[in-house]
Structure formats: C-alpha cells, structure tokens
Design a protein around this ligand. Structure first.
Ligand code: PHE
Length: 438
C-alpha cells in the first residue's frame, strides 16, 4: 500500500488548520452577525459555545482523522462500523455546498480587491451602489467564482505538503501581522470608540432569549472553526501520532477567535467614522462589507485606497486557505473510496462545486439561504461527532490521546464535556436554529 502523505511539521498542520478556520467567516461574517442586534450577548454566547462545546468536538474530529488515517467519508465507518456511513456523506455534501457559495463570496472579494486597486474607491452613495453592482452582478461574478475555484484547485492538486502546507506557512503569519496593523490604524480613527461600543459592548440582556441571536452564535462558532464537516478529520489524517491534539485545538480556536475580534476592531471603527459608509449599510445584508468599507475609506484618499487594497487582499488569502480545506474533503474522500488519482478527484469535485454554486452566483438571496441552511448541517455534523466519539468509539479517543502525552486530567475533562455537555447543547442549538429559520 502507498504511504499516506504527512505534514512536514507540527506547525504546518497547526497553520493549515488555523488557515481553514480563519477566513471570510471572521473578516466578514463575524462583524456582520455581531451587528444584527446581538451585540455583547452574541459575543459572549459565541465564546461560551467555542469553549464549552466546540473545543471537545474539535479534538474529537482530529482524533477521528488521526486514529483511522482515513478520509472524512470513510473515517466514521472505520471508527464505529458501517452504520455510520451517512455521516461521511453529510461531510462530503456539506463541504461541497459551503464551497459552492464560498467561492462566490471569494469572487466578490477578488473583484473588490481589483476594483479598489485599479479604479479607486466609490465616494458617494450612488457611486457605492454602482461599485457593488459592478462587483457582485453580471459576468464579473462568474469570473470571480471561476478564478477562486481555479486557484483553490491548483493548490489542492499539489497535495498536502507541496500545496496546502506551503501556502499556509507564509500566508498565515502575514495575515496575522496585517490584521493587527489594520486594527492599530483603525484605533486612531475618530469613530473608534463608538465602533467598539457598537461591536463589543452593546449590552442588552433581552438578547439572551432572542432566537436569532442564539442561532447566529451557534452558526458562527461552528462555521468559523470549520467544525462538524470533516475538515479536521481530513487534515488530522495526515498527522503523526505525537502531536498533542488538545493543545493544537486550543491554539487553533484562540487564533481564530482573536482574528474575528481583531477584524471587528478594524471594520466597526471605519463604519462609525465615515457617515457615507453607514448610509451604504443596511441595503443587502451579505454585501455590507463590500460596500460600506470601500465607501467609508474613500474619504481618506490614497491612504484609504491602500487600506482597502490591503484589507481585501488579506480577506482573499484568508478565504483561499479556507477554500482549499473545503475542497480537500471531497477530494480525499474520492481518492480514498474509489482509488482515483488526486488530479481526477480535484477536477471532478471543482466542476461539480462550480455547477451547484451557480444559483448563489445569480442571487445573493439564494446565497444567504444556502449559508443559513448549511450552518444547520455543521451543527448536525458536530452533534454526530460528539455522539460517535463520546459514546460509540470512546476507546479510540482514550487511546489516541494517551499516545500523545496529553494530561490525564485534561482528557477526563474533555471526555466529560464531550459526553454530557456537547450533545444536549448542540441539540438545543439545532432546535432553536430550526425554529428561528422556519
Ligand atoms: N472557517 C471558514 C471561515 O471562517 C469557513 C469554513 C467553514 C471553512 C466551514 C471550512 C468549513 O471563513
């Protein structure tokens, strides 16, 4: 049998996994969701869900991949028998569905980047609307979507070390540096304090019983960590037995959450500092950032243009390290299940994903609905993982973690949370989200 490829180093894996987690969900989704009325309560719920529910599930997903050494499609069967086959399919379809609309969003990001670079920023509301029109409708959407999928496919075709790890190694440090610099710059804007207040400190306790706020917090936690969809199964299947998974999980989720908060500290001050930006808001939810940021920044002239180019360039690279992880799920599954070559699996999956993304490219309403629906699948996937590893294959969990010298107390804590806390809380989140969506 051919040897399974492995990450070159422990850091390669951590950066690739963090690269999957950090993406448009942080730079665009987090700010958008926090601005939907939840404010500080949204943020608090999000952090609690990550700490109490997602961390144990994240470790389990990695355990599932590493202990079986299989793709997301076959790992559940290898761990607990063929009754778990449907779970593998949920992973594969959810990844394809997410990448389908994600590639459209990436296309908008790329378009906004090129537009800001070559044609400058829109200064008035009319110009802003024209700007969005040219970025997110018509043929430029398809071009952007194709461009994004093509880049994604060319990284994945190059494999784990030569493609995914290589990209993550230079792009992730750059990304952290850029977002920190932008956050520091944004702190000097006149609307900085007002922006933080709007984003981080708007406290309204009635939000605890607002179904939408609860749904958004659950969705954001899972989406942002790339959780419940088999990505960490795929990535961890290329990992050696010594990496301390609980530590990696803590590292990955801290990086992810910090970038989300830092990104909010960039966008909200900009939105509050420039009145045109606020006027441009509200129009269509998914387009918020793509309109409001460039419009706000235009009043700073050349500096504003530089910031916009940096921000959208950054967003695109962050999105690319996420989209490659999404594509790796169907690709590794096809290789594993049908013995296909990597090239063939990449071409087949990319074409399929392009086709199912067409409706989202044509209508941002469809795109929004797809995103909300797929959040539910992530929760479902997370729930199934908790049940599988917590109850049906808990030996796998113990053995795998004992082998990588994680502390016994940490293991006991994780297992307890996995069995008794994650499943009911995720089930609650699923039910609330379903009720809210219907
Ligand atoms: N976590 C990525 C982001 O925040 C998106 C993503 C979701 C990637 C689910 C993979 C799986 O942008």
């Amino acid at each position: 049998m051919e040897m399974r490829e492995q990450w070159r180093s422990r850091w390669g894996f951590v950066l690739a996994a963090a690269g999957s987690a950090v993406g448009l969900g942080n730079l665009w989704g987090f700010a958008y969701k926090a601005s939907q009325g939840g404010g500080a309560v949204f943020l608090l719920l999000y952090v609690l869900i990550v700490l109490l529910v997602c961390l144990p599930v994240l470790v389990s997903e990695m355990v599932l991949g590493r202990s079986t050494g299989k793709s997301p499609l076959l790992a559940p069967i290898a761990a607990a028998g063929s009754a778990w086959q449907p779970m593998g399919w949920v992973f594969v379809f959810a990844s394809c569905g997410i990448l389908a609309f994600y590639a459209v969003l990436m296309g908008w990001t790329a378009d906004t980047f090129f537009h800001s670079l070559f044609f400058g920023l829109p200064g008035t509301l009319d110009e802003a609307n024209e700007f969005v029109g040219s970025v997110s409708t018509g043929s430029s959407v398809f071009l952007g979507q194709l461009f994004s999928l093509f880049l994604t496919a060319s990284v994945v075709v190059a494999g784990i070390r030569g493609g995914i790890e290589r990209l993550a190694r230079w792009s992730m440090p750059l990304l952290f540096a850029l977002v920190i610099i932008l956050a520091i710059w944004a702190a000097t804007l006149p609307g900085a304090i007002a922006g933080y207040q709007e984003f981080l400190f708007k406290v309204d306790f009635s939000q605890f019983s607002n179904l939408k706020t609860i749904r958004l917090a659950f969705g954001q936690a899972f989406f942002s960590l790339s959780l419940g969809i088999g990505i960490m199964v795929a990535y961890a299947s290329y990992l050696d037995k010594r990496s301390p998974l609980p530590k990696e999980a803590v590292l990955i989720s801290s990086l992810d959450t910090s970038v989300g908060i830092l990104a909010g500290m960039v966008t909200f001050p900009i939105l509050m500092s420039f009145p045109v930006a606020k006027d441009a808001l509200g129009e269509s939810f998914v387009k918020t950032l793509f309109v409001a940021l460039p419009t706000g920044l235009s009043s700073l002239g050349l500096l504003g243009q530089l910031v916009a180019v940096l921000f959208f360039g950054l967003a695109f690279i962050a999105a690319l390290t996420s989209s490659i992880s999404l594509l790796e799920v169907p690709v590794s599954s096809l290789i594993d299940r049908f013995g296909w070559t990597r090239d063939k699996a990449v071409i087949f999956s990319s074409v399929f994903i392009f086709l199912i993304g067409i409706p989202a490219a044509l209508s941002d309403k469809v795109l929004g609905n797809m995103a909300s629906f797929l959040d539910l699948l992530l929760l479902l996937g997370g729930f199934l993982i908790a049940i599988l590893i917590g109850w049906f294959a808990s030996r796998v969990f113990d053995e795998d973690l004992a082998g990588c010298n994680s502390s016994f107390r940490g293991r006991r804590y994780l297992k307890f949370m996995l069995r008794w806390v994650s499943p009911p809380v995720i089930a609650f989140g699923l039910i609330v989200s379903l009720i809210d969506l219907l």
